[in-house]
Design a protein around this ligand. Structure first.
Ligand code: S3P
Length: 449
């Protein structure tokens, strides 16, 4: 039985201040465990996100024969079995709430010659899987699923996988990565075209583990070629802080008067930084310090101070670089002066919840004027604090829960969420981190409701 965890956020008794780190990047954490299990030798990972989503990937890699050990907080070791060396799992693989875990794993399983079954929680069992199973079938794998391609999904992996050639029709790093993972155990070149660039952590990490990956550009299109059956060798991975998690602390600091927060060791891959670009256009004071490259990924410290925000139009082609950040950007837009138009958000409908509808509902329940026109989200900011006061339905979606709580930190009256338990999928420690920014000895701003 799932235990609901209602939470409530109110205006803090002091501005937010201090230096923090946020948990490790979710995308990079999943990939480090997966590539580690496919490499020969021992991969050491530091800063791994220990959220429930990533722990599902760790458990799945163990079920497939990888040796996955935790040495300390964030410090993990994976002894891999080499490309093509995973073994048939004896039971169903349960990927919990994680679309990334499920879709990337489907790619691995498609090119391993054994049978497996994957399932997930009620949210994941509603999400579309055909976007990966349709193109993966061309390698010779066979899939059987519930109606509409929904989990549970049974997979009969290809005996000798063929390399794939595919133009990804939706901007999705998960689809791209599933095809690359499949291509690792196919003889020949896997070639993927993406009309809009999506996060390139898989490409970066494949190179880091010794695979041959080429990226060419034809206008906005990226063409990625992977040479199959490489000898992947274990490599150490330093996981940077997750910009998608930092987003909540950043917007909270922008909205609570007098705040100044420094986030250290943050991943700043340009294909993930659309939110920061947009917030700057809105007038946010956001400065990067100590920019550096760590483990093939751009990293830096971000200093954010309370700012008066103005509305902007967010172009559709920025969406892939901030796809997980729209709910919290919509919260920021509610405080801005003027009408913010966030364009081209079709993909938000197939996240952990229908985030387009749920984000609009979150705002309008708290007194913000909001519209959905086609796939665009339009927020009419009043230039002041919205009324607040509602209990927001979070639909098993961690980012909706955190966005609603950030709203509650600056709205006129407290905001509650029906269930904050899913926050642990990506951001364990979120509540204590925010309360810590209010300060020791102050009244906690987020409490059990
Ligand atoms: C992710 C890709 C994105 C994002 C998700 C993580 C990844 O999903 O929403 O949180 O790690 O590849 P899509 O590829 O479905 O856009």
């Amino acid at each position: 039985m799932h235990m609901l965890k209602p939470l409530r956020a109110s205006r803090p008794s002091a501005p937010l201040g201090g230096t923090i780190t946020v948990p490790g990047d979710k995308s990079i954490s999943h990939r480090a465990l997966m590539f580690g299990a496919l490499a020969v030798g021992e991969t050491r990972i530091s800063g791994l996100l220990e959220g429930e989503d990533v722990l599902r990937t760790a458990a799945a890699m163990r079920s497939l024969g990888g040796e996955v050990t935790q040495d300390g907080p964030g410090a993990w070791r994976v002894s891999g079995r080499g490309v093509g060396g995973l073994v048939e799992p004896v039971d169903v693989l349960d990927m919990g709430n994680s679309g990334t875990a499920a879709r990337l794993l489907a790619g691995i399983l498609a090119s391993h010659p054994f049978f497996s079954v994957m399932t997930g929680d009620a949210s994941l069992r509603r999400r579309p899987m055909r976007r990966v199973t349709d193109p993966l079938a061309a390698c010779g794998a066979r899939f059987a699923s519930r109606e509409g391609g929904r989990l549970p999904l049974a997979i009969e992996g290809a005996r000798e996988a063929l390399p794939l050639e595919y133009r990804v029709p939706v901007p999705s790093a998960q689809v791209k990565s599933a095809l690359l993972l499949c291509g690792l155990n196919a003889a020949g070149i896997t070639r993927i075209e993406e009309p809009e660039a999506t996060r390139d952590h898989s490409e970066n990490m494949l190179r880091h583990f010794g695979a041959e990956v080429m990226v060419e550009h034809a206008g906005a299109t990226r063409i990625i070629s992977l040479t199959g059956q490489p000898h992947l060798r274990a490599a150490d991975v330093v996981v940077p802080g997750d910009p998608s998690s930092a987003a909540f602390a950043v917007v909270a600091a922008l909205l609570v008067p007098g705040s100044r927060v420094r986030v250290e060791g943050l991943g700043l891959n340009p294909l993930r930084c659309g939110l920061f670009t947009t917030l700057r256009e809105m007038g946010a004071s956001l400065d990067v310090e100590n920019a550096r490259i760590e483990g093939g990924e751009p990293v830096g410290d971000l200093v954010v101070s309370h700012s008066i925000l103005r509305a902007v139009d967010v172009p559709w082609d920025r969406a892939p670089s901030m796809i997980d950040e729209y709910p919290v950007l919509a919260v920021a837009a509610a405080f801005a002066t003027g009408t913010t138009r966030m364009l081209g958000l079709k993909e938000l409908r197939v996240k952990e919840s229908d985030r387009l509808t749920a984000t609009a509902a979150l705002l309008s329940a708290n007194g913000v004027k909001v519209e959905i026109i086609g796939d665009d989200l339009i927020v009419h900011g009043s230039g002041g604090a919205p009324l607040g006061g509602a209990t927001v339905e979070t639909h098993m979606d961690h980012r909706l829960a955190m966005s609603a709580l950030v709203l509650g930190l600056a709205a006129q009256t407290p905001v509650s969420v029906d269930d904050g338990s899913f926050i642990d999928t990506s951001f364990p420690g979120f509540v204590s981190l925010i309360n810590g920014l209010v300060g020791n000895g102050e009244v906690p701003a987020i409490t059990q409701a």
